[in-house]
Ligand binder design. Structure first.
Ligand SMILES: [Zn+2]
Length: 246
């Protein structure tokens, strides 16, 4: 009997621990949701115009984070594209957040040692300074990041957003709900993806992060998903720990 009780206690403890580990955290800075646009680079200027025009119509500029590649492929330094820099400057003035997404975005470039990470970060920060931006957030290309590179970023007071966790400079790590529904979404899957995203948003107690890639989202079903889902986000009253009923 005693043995049975201890087994039960263990099962309950394991369940409690695993559910608290997997439950997405509520990140006050982002409130209920944030839109993360990856691969912001002059190579996707037209696509980014289209995406941000849609975000503007829902007045979600303040909830949108632009993850900029400072020198895409090593041959597209932002400073050589003044029209694109001006475009980012206008978005920033409208309330969009300008953040950092690697440096050249070649391979797993931040899966590297500390000194390489320092160098790439320094180059990236220098490029963003032309926009008077000091990024608060970083997403590694392919979410690929060594422990050393992570330590470098955190030591510079930059919060790192991963696929499943957010790493804060104070050393805390929170599980996060971060999903992309629009990776070359074929039309027959539109309704399914919308239903899935709505249900996930409604049922997650934490912050919902919607990741997007220019070009991958700029097809009929992708933009239609975005149009419908942003409309849903604007109208869906969600309870959260700060403004909820609890
Ligand atoms: Zn990327």
């Amino acid at each position: 009997m005693k043995a049975e009780i201890s087994v039960m206690v263990i099962i309950v403890l394991v369940f409690a621990a695993s559910s608290s580990i997997s439950a997405p955290a509520y990140i006050p800075r982002f409130e209920d949701f944030a839109i993360l646009i990856h691969d912001v680079s002059p190579g996707y200027f037209e696509q980014l115009r289209e995406i941000t025009a849609l975000i503007d119509t829902y007045s979600l500029q303040n909830a949108t984070y632009l993850f900029v590649i400072p020198n895409h492929g090593g041959g597209m330094p932002l400073e050589d594209y003044p029209a694109f820099v001006a475009f980012l400057g206008r978005l920033k003035a409208e309330g969009y957040h300008v953040e950092l997404h690697g440096y050249a975005h070649t391979g797993d470039e931040f899966d590297c040692n500390a000194s390489t990470a320092e160098k790439k970060l320094e180059l990236g920060l220098r490029v963003l300074s032309c926009l008077n931006v000091t990024p608060e957030y970083f997403i590694a290309p392919r979410y690929s990041l060594s422990e050393d590179a992570l330590a470098v970023l955190l030591s510079r007071n930059i919060t790192v957003i991963g696929e499943d966790f957010v790493y804060f400079p104070n050393g805390t790590v929170e599980p996060v709900y971060n999903r992309e529904y629009t990776w070359y979404l074929p039309s027959p899957f539109l309704d399914y993806q919308l239903a899935s995203a709505r249900a996930s948003y409604a049922h997650t107690g934490g912050t919902f992060l919607l990741s997007l890639h220019p070009k991958a989202v700029n097809n009929d079903a992708g933009m239609e998903f975005l149009r419908e889902f942003l409309g849903f986000l604007k109208t869906c009253e969600k309870r959260n720990p700060l403004n909820g009923l609890g």
